[in-house]
Design a protein around this ligand. Structure first.
Ligand SMILES: Nc1ncnc2c1ncn2[C@@H]1O[C@H](COP(=O)(O)OS(=O)(=O)O)[C@@H](OP(=O)(O)O)[C@H]1O
Ligand SMILES: Nc1ncnc2c1ncn2[C@@H]1O[C@H](COP(=O)(O)OP(=O)(O)O)[C@@H](O)[C@H]1O
Length: 175
C-alpha cells in the first residue's frame, strides 16, 4: 500500500510498479483510487467513517488477492494510522505480506502540483475535510519505505518500491 497526500505521487508510482511487475510476469491487481471509488466503494464520501470503510474494503480485496498468490498494489490516501494497521492485520490473517510505502512528498509540493485544482478549491473552503488542509493525515511512524518524490524521477521511485518487494522473492526481475 502506498499512502500519502493527494498529489504526492501514489498513483503514478503505483502504475509504474504494477506495469513493471506485469512485464516481469507477476500477476498484479492495481487498486487505483479513482477506479476503486467508482466501483468497489461507490457512494462513499470523505467523512472519517467513509474513508475507513473505503480503505478497509481495499485492504480486504488486497488480502484476498495476495492470499491467492498475486500482488495487489493499492494507493489510497489512507490517512488513519489505525486503519492502515487494520489492513496490515487483514493481510497477516490471510498469510499475506503487507508492505507500507509512505509517499512523503511535502504538502507544499503537492499543493504546487495541484493537478486537479483541488487544493485551490480546498483553500477557498469549497471542499470540506480535505486531507492536509482541513482533514488530518497521520504520518506513518515506521513505514517499510518513505519516498519524497520532490525533484525525483518516477522510475527511480518505482525502483525503490520494487527493491523492497524483492527480498521476499517477489518479482526481482522487474528491477
Ligand atoms: N476531501 C477530500 N480529501 C482528500 N481527497 C479528496 C477529497 N475529495 C476528493 N478527493 C479526491 O479523492 C482522492 C482520494 O481518495 P482516497 O480514496 O484515496 O481517499 S481515502 O483513502 O479514502 O482518504 C484524491 O485523489 P488523489 O489525488 O489521487 O489522492 C482526491 O482527488
Ligand atoms: N517522482 C515522482 N513520482 C510520482 N509522481 C511524480 C514524481 N515527480 C513528479 N510527479 C508528478 O506528481 C503528480 C502526482 O500525481 P498522482 O500520482 O495522481 O498523485 P496521488 O495519487 O498521490 O494523488 C503527477 O502529475 C506526477 O507526474
Amino acid at each position: 500500500m502506498l499512502t500519502g497526500l493527494s498529489g504526492s505521487g501514489k498513483s503514478t508510482i503505483a502504475r509504474s510498479v504494477a506495469t513493471r511487475l506485469v512485464e516481469a510476469g507477476t500477476p498484479v491487481t492495481l487498486l487505483d483510487g479513482d477506479v476503486v471509488r467508482r466501483h468497489l466503494t461507490a457512494g462513499l464520501g470523505f467523512s472519517a467513517a467513509d474513508r475507513r470503510t473505503n480503505v478497509r474494503r481495499i485492504g480486504w480485496v488486497a488480502a484476498e488477492v495476495a492470499h491467492h498468490g498475486g500482488i495487489a498494489v493499492c494507493s489510497p490516501i489512507a490517512p488513519e494510522d489505525a486503519v492502515r494497521r487494520d489492513v496490515a492485520a487483514m493481510a497477516a490473517a490471510r498469510g499475506a505480506r503487507f508492505v507500507l510505502v509512505h509517499v512523503a512528498t511535502p504538502l507544499a509540493e503537492c499543493e504546487r502540483r495541484d493537478r486537479k485544482g483541488l487544493y485551490a478549491r480546498a483553500r477557498r473552503g469549497e471542499i470540506p475535510d480535505f486531507t492536509g488542509i482541513s482533514a488530518p493525515y497521520d504520518v506513518p511512524e515506521h513505514p517499510d519505505l518513505r519516498i519524497d518524490t520532490t525533484g525525483r524521477d518516477v522510475e527511480r521511485c518505482a525502483d525503490e518500491v520494487l527493491a523492497l518487494l524483492a527480498p521476499a522473492g517477489e518479482a526481482p526481475d522487474a528491477r
